[in-house]
Write a protein that binds this ligand. Sequence first.
Ligand SMILES: [Ca+2]
Length: 454
Amino acid sequence: MKKTALLLALLLMLPMAGQGQQRVSDKELVSVIWAMGQMYPDGFTLSLDSLRQPTKGLAVSYLATQNSFDKKSLPAVIKHAHEHNNIVGGWYDPIEDKYYFDSTIIFPEDSLTAALAFARENQQHTVFDLGRNINIRSNYEQKDIRIILDTDMGSSTDDLFALMMLYRYMDMKRCQLLGVIVDRMGKANADIVDVLNNYYGYPDIPIGLETQGVPDPKVWITYHNLPYARTTHAVPMFKRSVGDNGTYLESYKLYRKLLSEQPDKSVTIASIGFVTSLARLLESGPDEYSPLNGVELVRAKVRAIYAMGGVFGKAVEPDYNFAQAIDFSLKFFELLPKEVDMIFSPGEVGDPLDYRPELVIADMDWTDFHPIKWTYQFLNCNTGQKMWDPQAVIQAVEGDDFYELSPRGWVTLTPKAETIFTPDPKGNARYQRPGDPVWCDRVLKYIRLMAIQH
Ligand SMILES: [Ca+2]
């Protein structure tokens, strides 16, 4: 209350900008900004035009004003702001006992890629999302992250979001999606990926389709008609590369082709469905793509597998993804080379991340032609879907620090699809632990921010 009163008093003393009155002098602005710094030590952003704090957009500071730590430095910050976007931001660092004031630019909230590029050019560590009150890292090293996504597309909607995030990460130049393996049988499920590839601007990403997998797995939401959606004028709603008459490479074959083309120990697999195609890859022999058998090829090329699945902790329960394809799952656990890291994302990590159907539709309000929105508009997605699958993808790209992880150990799978963890510092396996409510809120906002980009 005290702070608000002080700000009001300050603003009342000043002639308001934008009301046809005289502009606030730079000297008065120094007083206002200095007071803001004290009232909002955690950070503020102020438009010098309206003397209000913008509530939406992606704020990035200019490099030119980054060494502005005190009241004396404010005239130069204000001058730079006048010459650029007329926005100033600031915060107080209690450890260094220093203020940081900056001339700032605000990008529209659907321009994340541009905001991150600007942040990197200006040597800024973060982009601040004013509407969601979250920081987005921009100071990641440009690591060479090569990903194959292995998905049971066509049942749960979290696979759609996991793939959406990979395209967005590619927009941000944060990873390379080498290919998508569809481990749920049925051409329509691969056609869904064909639609998404095209919709998100990556029409040439290869797609593999499993043909010898689980005969009749449970389907939660039947969105297999998505690729064939038509407008009211009977025109196909979504572009395709492969098309109705096209064919897909057998998925273990695509795995072999992609892996053989990559440098050693360079490939990350995000497995967010069944491990049918992975099991068939491990069982495969030499072929036209590689003289190595499947086990040797995986050992040579794969760095880590991030898998949505596993139940850890006190309760020993069967896991869904592994249980649906238990024979393949047992084969996968038996043959996977011990040198390959496995990071599990148990269901409880994604459980609190509830991207409600009405929010999904509202977040995509700029268009009526969106494959994810189509799914949510025409099918009942109010079935308790949570953002489980994106967790494997996010860790694969953001890195292991983004999650709290278990110590290392080994995981064995029982015929009942229970995952048994045995701690061992030399083990290849770790699993994600659930985040606290603040972490969950931040990650859900991050997924939503990615979803609104267009
Ligand atoms: Ca899935």
